[in-house]
Design a protein around this ligand. Sequence first.
Ligand SMILES: [Zn+2]
Length: 290
Amino acid sequence: MNQLAIRKGLNPEDNDYRNHLIKGFEGEQKFDKLLDELNDEHLIMQDLSLEINRQTFQIDAIVITGNKIMLFEIKNYQGEYTFHENELKSYPYGNIILNPLSQLNRSCTLLRMLLEKIDINSPIEGQLVFINDFFVLYRNVEQRSLLLPQQIRKYIIQMNKQSVPVRAAQKACADRLLRLHKTEDRYIQVPEYTFEDLNKGVYCPKCSLTLRKKNRRTAYCPHCGFFDLNTRIISNEIKTFSLLFPDYDLKTSVIYDWCGTFFTKDSIQRTLAKEYIEKGSRKGTYYVKE
Ligand SMILES: [Zn+2]
């Protein structure tokens, strides 16, 4: 989405969606860091995409311990909200937010069904985590499955105190879930694009403006001062290209065009040869990951 924003531009709706994804991603990263404080008696899995009875569900984080499985839904909302009769509303305007608690309940139910199917019996506990320090919630009833920014650390300390050591059964459960994880599932809706649609060039990873050559081996950003070795920039451009065009062959000439002729074909070819496996005949050489 970031590359499409730089190379094509996004309409306001897609741009809002991109910002929403970035916020969500930042929230999950922040929570992952907090989970680092858990002791060895916890198995942690992040960002799982699972399926049961043709229903797909995403889980931000799962923590397995000796006596239960904890499922976390992370929200990076910011601002003031009210929670009343199972409805989350922005305050003071009263706009209803797609109820994250029902989302959490759905995930818990589907995970329970999935575990039953693979003969794993363990209590499941769901927690909705509001991770943003600027999130304020007004409510009149205490909700146990709801964790506010100020409560997270205490909750994690509590988890460490109450944890029961993981045994072989829990490790097997984690393995099973990882194997069921659907990596190919793209649940992010990306606007359509073609190779021709996109601007070619090399852009600053920090501020997205066009890079310039510093000398034969490095390039820099005149705007923010970012600089890096050409080889590393080429390597990242190849990764970006294959992310956006997974079905295209990796060829020197294609990457050369992709980078807007910024680098020489020789240096691109060297990077491809170093990091990928060469295939094809001399004229039709292309590169693959493995
Ligand atoms: Zn920059």
